[in-house]
Design a protein. Structure first.
Length: 282
């Protein structure tokens, strides 16, 4: 994919230029029922080795608020809009780098010896400016197709094309769309597909870990994170735990006296993944 998108070019190692590291990242893509969809491997830049002002500047890019995503679903339910979903294939690889970035070759795919490195022509996952450059590129495409930003949330876009209402929420490269007609949906997909390679996911089923269920009779939409919750319980070996309304008794005061006081107590909790569990809950 990197070669097909001409993300990099091989150049001799320049002198007195910052050299960004590279790494492999592996991820699992899940289905809406919690099953395994596919395994992914991705070459990424070690953005923390970049130098501000030398090979990056702007890093910020907004994403749709979760409240906004739920509002899109609520509007779709109330107005009987059709919910659909697309995914941009290797999204960051579509935008040009705003700075010249040099990166070490990924392990296992070195060419030309140690004296050759990559000059990144396109933004790569992991680069400090990658998400910013992609968002700027995507914003121009949507403006070119006549979409307007919401004043409440800039990552909610809308368009009225004839009698076709289009409402779209964007979370980096995940797009949830609501449309009043199938013809309008096909038009929006064809326009975006002309600008980027997209994956048509059909009727919206899973967005940001939330399962989307729609009653075919009433048109009501419900959101659920059941499969994610079950996966987290299994990950932390708590699938057989007893449910509680609150994890701790109300009004409980914790102090340093509650810390482990003996080597045995410390050893007992040293493998408790508290931070991982807290992050998963959030």
């Amino acid at each position: 994919m990197l070669k097909a998108r001409e993300v990099f070019e091989m150049v001799p190692r320049p002198e007195e230029r910052n050299m960004v590291g590279s790494k492999w990242v592996y991820a699992i893509k899940w289905k809406e029922d919690g099953g395994l969809e596919r395994q992914k491997a991705r070459t990424m830049a070690k953005g923390f080795t970049q130098v501000i002002g030398e090979d990056y500047e702007e890093t910020y890019a907004s994403i749709a608020r979760l409240e906004s995503v739920r509002l899109v679903c609520a509007i779709a339910a109330s107005r009987r809009l059709h919910l659909w979903q697309i995914d941009f294939v290797s999204a960051f690889l579509n935008s040009n780098n705003s700075y010249e970035v040099f990166m070490e070759q990924p392990r296992g795919f070195e060419e030309g010896g140690d004296n050759h490195i990559w000059r990144l022509c396109k933004t790569l996952y992991g680069t400090m400016q990658g998400v910013h450059d992609w968002a700027e590129n995507l914003n121009k495409i949507f403006e070119g197709h006549g979409f307007y930003k919401s004043r409440a949330d800039p990552q909610i876009r809308s368009r009225v094309y004839g009698n076709k209402l289009t409402l779209i929420s964007i979370w980096t490269d995940d797009v949830l769309g609501a449309l009043s007609t199938i013809e309008g949906e096909n038009l929006a997909k064809s326009q975006l597909g002309a600008s980027y390679e997209i994956k048509d996911l059909g009727e919206a089923k899973l967005i940001l870990g939330m399962c989307i269920n729609r009653d075919p009779i009433t048109g009501n939409i419900s959101l659920s994170q059941k499969s994610y919750c079950e996966r987290m319980l299994k990950h932390f070996n708590m699938e057989n735990c007893s449910p509680k309304l609150t994890l701790l008794p109300p009004g409980l005061l914790l102090t340093t006296e509650d810390c482990p006081n003996t080597p045995e107590e410390a050893n007992e909790i040293k493998d408790t993944p508290y931070r991982e569990a807290l992050g998963s809950l959030m």
